[in-house]
Design a protein around this ligand. Structure first.
Ligand code: G3H
Ligand code: ZN
Length: 286
């Protein structure tokens, strides 16, 4: 069933494990992610970015698709459907559509405006039992170590006091592929924030961080790890291998049939997610 995840992430923070938040782009991604959750019997957060929602035809379609797939696949683990990096309007739309969980990402706004807009979203969402994630500091942008910004401890306290359910903090993490000269996560800042506030903390840019750093971050208070690029790379690699292997056999094996062509990549996402679940220590429900 669809849940807001508040109990799940609180339990994760308390017991030092994390639950993965996996981005979907289409039907194949959705099915691959639900399948890994079902086969490992672990709770899962399925998230959609504004761009991916536009690509698929909107938030209503995404919600309907996820729920229909849960039904037809017989998914019996808790699924948290979540808006990833939403602006104010996207967060409002998803709240009105009954998404159980939304991120309002106001990090580009001046901090006071981020705070005030986050407060508005929290009030509207909480009236309906919807969970809210906010962002402070800045997650770096693709392959650019210089574009991130550490979250301040004072801001973390202010946002936690606002009642946000989860907080994404810039701690040296970067979206996309990490550059060769990346300095690693800033565990000192994470530690300070984790001591100051007790709500679940979110690690964005989870793809490509070495396992020991992911696990150390979890031991300090990270409860949600966002993964997007990792699955795109896994999908691309398996698809490329399939196409290469099929090069001269296409006619015979109907390798041009999209239901065959998309299968290896889809399976690679499920495999990659199962490995991530073991990194994160997400406990099985059975
Ligand atoms: O919000 C989504 C994530 O932060 C994903 O980042 O593509 O680096 O895994 P990633
Ligand atoms: Zn992110």
């Amino acid at each position: 069933k669809l849940v807001n995840g508040n109990d799940i992430f609180k339990d994760a923070r308390k017991n030092h494990y994390a639950v993965g938040a996996y981005n979907i782009n289409n039907l194949e991604w959705t099915r691959a992610i639900l399948r890994a959750a079902q086969e490992t019997q672990t709770p899962v957060l399925v998230q959609v970015s504004m761009g991916a929602s536009r690509y698929m035809g909107g938030y209503k379609f995404v919600k309907d698709m996820v729920m229909d797939q849960m039904d037809s696949m017989g998914i019996n683990v808790p699924v948290i459907l979540h808006l990833d990096h939403g602006d104010f309007d996207a967060a409002l739309e998803c709240i009105n559509l009954g998404y159980p969980s939304v991120m309002f990402d106001g990090h580009k706004l001046p901090i006071q405006e981020n705070y005030e807009k986050t407060a508005e979203i929290v009030a509207l969402a909480h009236e309906r039992g919807i969970s809210v994630e906010a962002e402070i500091g800045k997650i770096g942008e693709n392959q650019d170590s210089a574009s991130g910004e550490l979250a301040s401890v004072d801001d973390a306290i202010r946002f936690a006091n606002l009642g946000v359910d989860k907080l994404a903090c810039g701690i040296g993490n970067i979206h996309g592929i990490y550059p060769k000269n990346w300095q690693g996560l800033n565990f000192d800042r994470l530690n300070e924030i984790a001591h100051a506030i007790s709500i679940p903390l979110v690690l964005h840019g989870g793809s490509g961080i070495p396992k020991d750093q992911v696990q150390k971050a979890i031991s300090l208070g990270i409860s949600k790890v966002n993964i997007n690029t990792e699955f795109q790379l896994a999908f691309q690699k398996a698809t490329r291998e399939y196409i290469e292997a099929q090069k001269d056999l296409d006619q015979m094996h109907k390798g041009y049939d999209p239901r065959k062509l998309l299968l290896p990549g889809t399976e690679a996402i499920t495999d990659s997610m199962k490995e991530m679940i073991s990194w994160l220590g997400t406990p099985s429900l059975t």
